[in-house]
Design a protein. Structure first.
Length: 511
């Protein structure tokens, strides 16, 4: 297990301040590095400024935001020194939403190492084939596999098995024991567990643990043309769905799970055929993986007699590789996790570092312990206990708590790390250019100001954390703007986003 420990002793006092211990005002703090001319598209109000001026402008932005003072937490640090530049309740633990991924992905790099890769193996031992999972959340994800479909991915394995002369498999085993089998977090919203962002998390995952249903109209009713991936054992009830397109009708078509994990039900009205497949979350992903691979083996002319998932008491899988392992680099996974805010990826990463650190199946509990340990190793012993509570890795749980000051200390530590900074910063969405912030910051000159950052939103919560600097250079500032207890009636989410963008523009002008 490759560990990276970096410079936490010189900044321990600053980090303790971020955790709410003897938090002091940042006035007079000097930022390192020469000032640069403000980009031509920045307003005169954000011309190059001293740290004290930045702090004053941030405080004014908070006052002018229209948000309650106790709903906002802001921390800004000089990356080079980790010294506070501006602070407003930065030591207060808050709900981070998807800003939790800033910590989870960094901890994965810290614990596993920048060169680490997921490896999913297919082992042959006599007439038994065993798929040994590694917790990879990306297998068969169209976003990463491009033109290669899930069928083609698995058929590559089938071709290798067939080339070895295998024509019958007595038993196909899915060994997902690298992670536990608590597939759904207990604090996720119970009424949203079929939504794609609540996909189950397992040691063996495929196609984002989602089934896509391609619909068409048939005889005045909706019909399922096919599933993606093709799953011959899956059935769909359509009797509760309609396909009315007259005046006053609405598009409400959806797919629901039933008590039978392989039977689904169409619900609602299909006013128009959806342009994209509608999705449902797979229940028991390791079992689905095993059934799916068995289906592909049979389609390739290889008989499969029995299919099961590994029992807890089974010995570790043995045998030779029946096909080349499927590998995915950690850098690719954290990039998809952060840029697209992919919850399944974050949860798999959290559990995987729990497995790496504990030597036991990864869980939300030991994953949270591994993340807290990484925070202490990078920032100073005891920091996690004072400013962090880990419930899950994605931020979907409302039980996570993080102080904005801890987030900026973490960002500064990662940005200074000679081994981890490049993949870490590259994983974040870039303001005005990519991912969840591609259409935000319309006045930012993205050609001269580099803002890698991470959004976060759940009901009543809006957050933005990241760095501000020049392209190709170590960022100057780390920032975190967390807004909680937001009122829909008062349009607080829009106000929070405006505040986040204003603070970023203040920092851009201060370069």
């Amino acid at each position: 297990m490759k560990m990276s420990r970096l410079h936490h002793v010189p900044v321990a006092a600053a980090i303790l301040a971020a955790a709410g211990i003897s938090l002091s005002a940042p006035a007079g703090t000097k930022a390192r590095g020469p000032a640069a001319p403000a980009p031509s598209r920045q307003s005169a109000a954000t011309a190059a400024a001293t740290p004290a001026q930045v702090a004053a402008r941030v405080q004014e932005a908070i006052r002018a935001s229209g948000l309650a003072a106790d709903a906002v937490g802001v921390s800004i640090r000089d990356v080079a020194t980790s010294a506070l530049v501006a602070d407003a309740r930065g030591g207060t633990s808050m709900v981070p939403a998807s800003n939790m991924k800033v910590l989870t992905t960094g901890a994965a790099l810290h614990v596993l190492g920048a060169d680490w890769s997921f490896r999913t193996r297919l082992l042959r031992d006599g007439e038994r084939l065993t798929v040994v999972g590694d917790g990879d959340p990306s297998l068969g994800d169209p976003a990463l596999d491009g033109a290669r479909t899930t069928e083609q991915l698995m058929d590559g394995w089938v071709a290798a098995v067939r080339a070895a002369g295998v024509r019958r498999v007595r038993e196909l085993v899915a060994d997902d024991r690298i992670l536990d089998r608590e597939f759904t977090h207990p604090s996720w919203p119970a009424d949203q567990l079929n939504a794609s962002y609540c996909a189950q998390v397992a040691g063996l995952n495929i196609h984002e643990n989602l089934l896509g249903f391609v619909l068409a109209a048939s005889g005045g009713r909706p019909a399922v043309v096919r599933t993606e991936p093709a799953s011959s054992w899956v059935s769909v009830e359509t009797g509760r769905a309609t396909a009315r397109s007259g005046k006053g009708t609405e598009q409400t078509i959806g797919i629901a799970r039933t008590e039978d994990p392989w039977r689904f039900s169409l619900r609602g009205n299909m006013k128009a055929v959806p342009a994209q497949p509608i999705t449902a979350c797979v229940q028991d992903p390791p079992r689905y993986f095993a059934l799916y691979l068995a289906d592909r083996l049979r389609a390739g002319g290889i008989a499969v007699d029995a299919v099961r998932t590994a029992a807890p008491s089974d010995p570790a899988a043995t045998g030779a590789d029946a096909a080349p392992p499927i590998e995915r680099t950690l850098a690719q996974v954290i990039a998809e996790c952060n840029t697209e805010s992919h919850n399944l990826y974050a949860e798999a990463l959290l559990k995987r570092i729990g497995a790496a650190r504990s030597g036991r199946p990864g869980s939300w509990t030991n994953g949270g312990e591994a993340l807290a340990a990484a925070v202490d190793e990078r920032l100073g012993s005891g920091i996690a206990a004072r400013a962090l509570a880990v419930s899950d890795g994605s931020g979907l749980s409302r039980d996570n708590r993080v102080a904005p000051g801890l987030v900026t200390a973490w960002l500064a530590s990662m940005a200074r790390d000679p081994k981890l900074s490049a993949p870490y910063l590259a994983s974040l969405a870039v303001a005005g250019r990519t991912g969840t912030v591609a259409k935000r910051f319309p006045t930012l000159d993205a050609g001269t100001v580099f803002v890698p950052c991470k959004t976060g939103y759940i009901n009543g919560v809006s957050c933005l954390s990241g760095c501000v600097g020049r392209p190709g250079a170590v960022p100057r500032y780390a920032f975190s703007v967390m807004c909680n207890d937001l009122s829909k009636a008062r349009n607080d989410v829009a106000k929070a986003k405006d505040l986040q963008e204003r603070i970023v523009m203040i920092l851009a002008g201060a370069l």
